[in-house]
Design a protein around this ligand. Structure first.
Ligand code: ADP
Ligand code: MG
Length: 452
């Protein structure tokens, strides 16, 4: 099968959407196992599942899957000829694996009804200086649920930094310590929906029973109850009940309690009354450790240099790192491509729009030329057209700002210009920048694009 990059993307999107929509049990049973076997303009063949499930899907999920295929592969709804087949036990390639190896499914799919995801253990969490405090507090709470020092524990941090992972880790650890502990995990969205439905359809007592009679309550992403007054009211009482009865509460949010707008003051105060721990973005070393940890068991042939390259490029969050690894794995297992540095660079560009821009003068010239739509060669030339010399001056200024090079050395990179030309360019550009907001933005964005 010859898969284009676009088709691979579509397929990944399809898998993600299907598994987001399925119940955890269905997702676990067959949703995450689906594999792309063949694709042609009007037919897609899916495999990877056994005979039983292929029949099951045909019977119950045919249009569910077909609609999502139509969406993700941008097929036309009325395209009668579009069909899809399901084969049982078909492998695409020998080394083919589930594309989702790196992503701990966000679904809980265990026999417990506490909502915990068995993959989000403390063991699977790579702890760095960015997460030290949150991790230590989480571990302490998980170890000693009935008498912890940190109650409530409030974990905050930007998206994709491991808050959900840690809050599940606490639940899993607590369950491991004491199997009969009553644990309840819910996102604040779920909580909100249940409260709203409870009020509307007269089932608020069940909601109360569900959340107030537990030993450990884990509420993820509390910031979603911003503005939801009835939910806040309900949560406030739940919170007080539990704390009064010495039950443990753990909450996560994408910011500090005080920064959640429209959160009632009394809730802010309650949250601040315990331990508030922030997770920060991981540094380079930790990012490398996270990548190593994630590729360890997968057999993905990826060398140190490439790991280092990914770690240096993806600085934002761990979810993005996982996304890149999923794509690298797919390129390897579905397309049979080697994991060369070139492949990785292309994937970084395609998936996260990350381009590696070293702070070299040549690269600066290229970036400036792209932004201002002039030719690289013209910048290095002696042409005196106003647009070109302006771009040249901006490039010289940027080079002086972001490199440690001297004026004469910078001049050399511009086709052998004199150092006085560079000095003049820097002075001139500085003046322009102070007057021209648009130019200021252009220069700032170029400097920002240059990686550290
Ligand atoms: P958040 O809830 O903060 O948005 P998640 O907990 O959902 O982030 O993390 C996103 C993904 O990254 C998850 O699959 C999680 O397992 C993984 N992850 C985050 N931080 C770490 C870490 N320090 N070590 C290992 N995996 C991590
Ligand atoms: Mg989360």
């Amino acid at each position: 099968m010859n898969l284009s990059q676009q088709e691979l993307k579509n397929w990944n999107q399809f898998l993600t959407r299907v598994n987001d929509d399925l119940d955890p049990e269905e997702s676990e049973a067959w949703g995450t196992k689906l594999k792309l076997v063949d694709i042609s303009p009007n037919q897609i063949t899916i495999g990877g599942i056994n005979h039983f499930f292929s029949n099951w899907i045909k019977e119950h999920y045919y249009s569910f899957l077909r609609n999502r295929l139509i969406d993700c592969f941008e097929k036309k709804e009325n395209e009668e000829i579009f069909r899809f087949n399901i084969h049982s036990n078909t492998e695409t390639k020998e080394n083919s694996k589930s594309v989702n190896t790196f992503v701990n499914s966000s679904k809980s799919s265990n026999k417990h009804s506490d909502g915990l995801n068995p993959n989000y253990t403390f063991d699977n969490f790579v702890n760095g200086e960015n997460s030290e405090i949150a991790y230590a507090a989480a571990e302490a709470v998980g170890e000693k649920i009935t008498d912890s020092k940190y109650n409530p524990l409030f974990i905050c941090g930007d998206v994709g930094l491991g808050k959900t992972h840690l809050i599940h880790g606490i639940g899993l650890k607590a369950r491991e310590k004491k199997a009969d502990l009553k644990i309840r995990y819910a996102s604040s969205k779920e909580f909100t929906n249940e409260v709203i439905n409870g009020i509307r359809f007269g089932g608020i007592h069940e909601v109360r029973n569900k959340y107030r009679y537990v030993d450990l309550l884990l509420i993820d992403d509390i910031h979603f109850i911003e503005k939801k007054e009835a939910t806040q009211e309900e949560f406030f009482h739940t919170f007080n009940d539990l704390i009064q009865n010495n039950k443990q509460i753990v909450i996560t949010a994408d910011r500090y309690p005080r920064e959640i707008k429209n959160l009632e003051e009394r809730l802010v105060n309650r949250f601040n009354s315990g331990m508030v721990a922030r997770i920060n973005p991981p540094n380079l070393e930790t990012r490398e450790a996270i990548i190593r940890n994630k590729v360890e068991d997968t057999g993905l042939p990826i060398d140190d240099k490439t790991i280092n390259f990914i770690a240096a490029s993806v600085k934002t969050n761990v979810r993005d790192i996982e996304g890149i690894l999923v794509n690298i794995e797919a390129n390897w297992s579905l397309l049979g491509q080697d994991i060369s540095l070139e492949t990785v660079k292309r994937i970084l560009k395609e998936v996260l729009n990350i381009e590696n821009n070293p702070k070299t003068v040549d690269n600066i010239i290229k970036l400036v030329a792209d932004k201002l739509q002039v030719k690289t060669g013209d910048i290095k030339s002696n042409k005196r057209d106003s647009e070109i010399s302006r771009a040249r001056q901006i490039a010289m200024f940027t080079a002086k700002e972001v490199t440690n090079l001297s004026y004469p050395v910078i001049g050399k990179h511009f086709g052998g210009k004199n150092h006085t030309t560079v000095i003049h360019a820097c002075k001139k550009t500085k003046e322009r920048i102070s007057e021209d907001a648009e130019l200021r933005q252009v220069v700032t964005s170029i400097i920002r694009d240059l990686s550290n």
